[in-house]
Write a protein that binds this ligand. Structure first.
Ligand code: PGA
Length: 236
């Protein structure tokens, strides 16, 4: 299975952003969620399906200054929207995130929904709360990024064991989980990336801080490509 690497630049300025274009061209499993201001540029310079919008407003096309809605993103032919990131959950209500989910679905945009607990001891309860909307309204084109909030930007990644437990728990509670792809994010480093990639049922990694380091991204692409070639050799 080809694994993906999602770069989440958040609202950071990345000086050498243009130099990420050849990286995207070199590995189709590399996806990028740039700041909104760069979505159009990436969609034009790289393959739009490798571009993810980290923002979604609820407006349709029209006289709505300052918005960027699902229909607009659809015109750019981008690959997906990233919703429910903990940095957004801190600012948006759960109801608003649900509306974003529906707006994306209406335009058949793939949704990458971030979920993750604040407290590792109550992860089951917190995760259940965050998947209520996708349980009641199945989202046909969905990925879930498990990102424990305590692991994001702290340098303290989740253990692969807990990650596996949490993803298994999510799978048990989403009736259509066989159609859903799962990612891990939260303090992924060059040292721990491989451990997460080896987990069963993980489609890839979502990286924040590390994504601004082009050399590190190149190294991770090499890891992914090497993995792929070993797997295809085994298949021969
Ligand atoms: P981090 O961020 O890799 O810097 O922890 C991950 C994320 O916020 O998606």
């Amino acid at each position: 299975m080809k694994k993906n690497l999602i770069l989440n630049w958040k609202h950071h300025w990345v000086d050498d952003w243009v130099e990420y274009i050849p990286l995207l061209q070199s590995y189709s499993g590399l996806l990028i969620a740039p700041p909104v201001a760069l979505i159009g540029a990436f969609a034009q310079l790289a393959h739009p399906q490798q571009v993810i919008s980290p923002y979604l407003s609820l407006r349709e096309l029209g006289a709505f200054t300052g918005h960027c809605g699902a229909e607009y993103l659809k015109h750019l032919q981008i690959g997906a929207v990233l919703l429910g990131h903990s940095e957004q959950r801190a600012e948006l209500s759960a109801q608003y995130i649900t509306q974003q989910l529906y707006a994306a679905q209406k335009q058949n945009l793939h949704v990458i929904l971030c979920v993750g607990e604040k407290n590792p001891h109550t992860y089951q309860k917190e995760l259940l709360e965050q998947i209520v909307s996708i349980q009641s309204h199945p989202c046909l084109s969905l990925s879930i990024a498990y990102e424990p909030q305590w692991a994001i930007g702290t340098g303290h990644a989740c253990t692969p064991e807990l990650c596996h437990k949490a993803i298994t728990f999510l799978k048990e509670h989403i009736s259509y989980a066989s159609n859903v792809k799962f990612y891990y994010g939260g303090s992924v480093s060059l040292e721990n990336a491989q451990d997460f990639l080896e987990l069963d049922g993980i489609q890839g990694l979502l990286i924040g801080r590390l994504s601004q380091n082009k050399i590190a991204v190149k190294k991770l692409i090499e890891v992914l490509q090497e993995r792929e070639s070993i797997i295809s050799e085994k298949d021969v």
